[in-house]
Design a binder for this molecule. Structure first.
Ligand code: GRF
Length: 279
């Protein structure tokens, strides 16, 4: 566990270290030139401190790196098994992934957890587990492409192979999806193609559906659309509320998502058209 050097540079100034990884190793925020250029008018002069810094200071400004072991949760082999989790919310699926890795049910190396909301409960969960975290503030980027370039820089620098969306409330562009072909997973609280979108549980209840469920699918360039890796039904009871259904769906999600990640990491999913078949 190393301590970061005294901050004599603004975190948005181009760091003298030659590469993104070196700058990070030295304890600096992600090489801002890769992420978002600070406007010349920003406080601190050209390249000075940007008030809405895309990578939040609290992530790394504690005098020591918050991840004691380089982000390794535990895994049999690091090679080709590096994953990232992208979240916006409380992170119960993230927690399930962490727990599955710890139990050895999922052989993966969780390299980084990225959130687009500072308040995302997923961030403290990851930190408590000793995993590297980053808050990437979408508001600090001029457009989605710049935001996504920052995500890609973070993921590439850690050689992430599989990207797991777990309640990440942003639509990723076709360009981002192409960057990780058939290597982005998403979990959705309904039996797709029924009830896509952000309000799947409420919509299933209002529709009067008797059955809903959980879908883990590969991400393509349409929302909640890609080939289905795993799916499991959940019966909706007569007195079901949103809260009770969410709770029951979560229990299924927490079991299904690690299984699906393991299948993808093991190369056991072959895609033919819309079908994701198990080898
Ligand atoms: C889950 O219900 C998932 O299906 C949906 O977003 C929710 C995230 O929950 N995509 P959590 O943050 O993992 O608790």
């Amino acid at each position: 566990m190393g301590s970061s050097p005294a901050r004599t540079h603004s975190p948005v100034e181009p760091h003298p270290a030659a590469s993104l990884c070196e700058a990070e190793r030295a304890g600096w925020h992600l090489g801002t030139p890769h992420c978002v250029p600070a406007p010349a008018s920003a406080p601190g002069g050209p390249g000075g401190r940007h008030p809405a810094h895309p990578l939040d200071e609290s992530t790394w400004a504690h005098g020591q790196r918050p991840w004691p072991d380089g982000g390794v949760v535990r895994g049999r082999s690091d090679r080709g098994r590096r994953i990232a989790v992208l979240c916006s919310g409380q992170g119960t699926n993230l927690q399930a992934i962490i727990n599955a890795i710890r139990r050895g049910v999922l052989q993966a190396h969780l390299a980084i957890v990225i959130a687009d909301r500072k308040e995302a409960g997923a961030l403290p969960r990851a930190r408590r587990a000793g995993i590297e975290t980053a808050f990437v503030n979408p508001q600090a980027f001029p457009h989605r492409a710049a935001f996504e370039r920052c995500l890609i820089a973070l993921l590439d620098a850690r050689q992430v192979r599989v990207v797991c969306l777990a309640g990440f409330m942003r639509i990723l562009s076709p360009g981002f999806v192409r960057r990780f072909p058939r290597r982005i997973l998403n979990i959705h609280p309904a039996l797709l193609p029924a009830f896509p979108g952000a309000h799947a549980i409420r919509q299933a209840l209002r529709w009067g559906a008797k059955v809903t469920g959980v879908t883990v699918h590969l991400v393509d360039d349409q929302v909640d659309h890609g080939p289905i890796v795993l799916q499991e039904a959940v019966v909706i009871g007569p007195r079901e509320t949103e809260a009770s259904l969410l709770h029951r769906l979560h229990r299924v999600e927490h079991r299904l998502y690690p299984q699906a990640i393991q299948l993808v990491l093991d190369g056991r999913i072959r895609v033919r058209g819309r079908r994701a078949e198990r080898r």
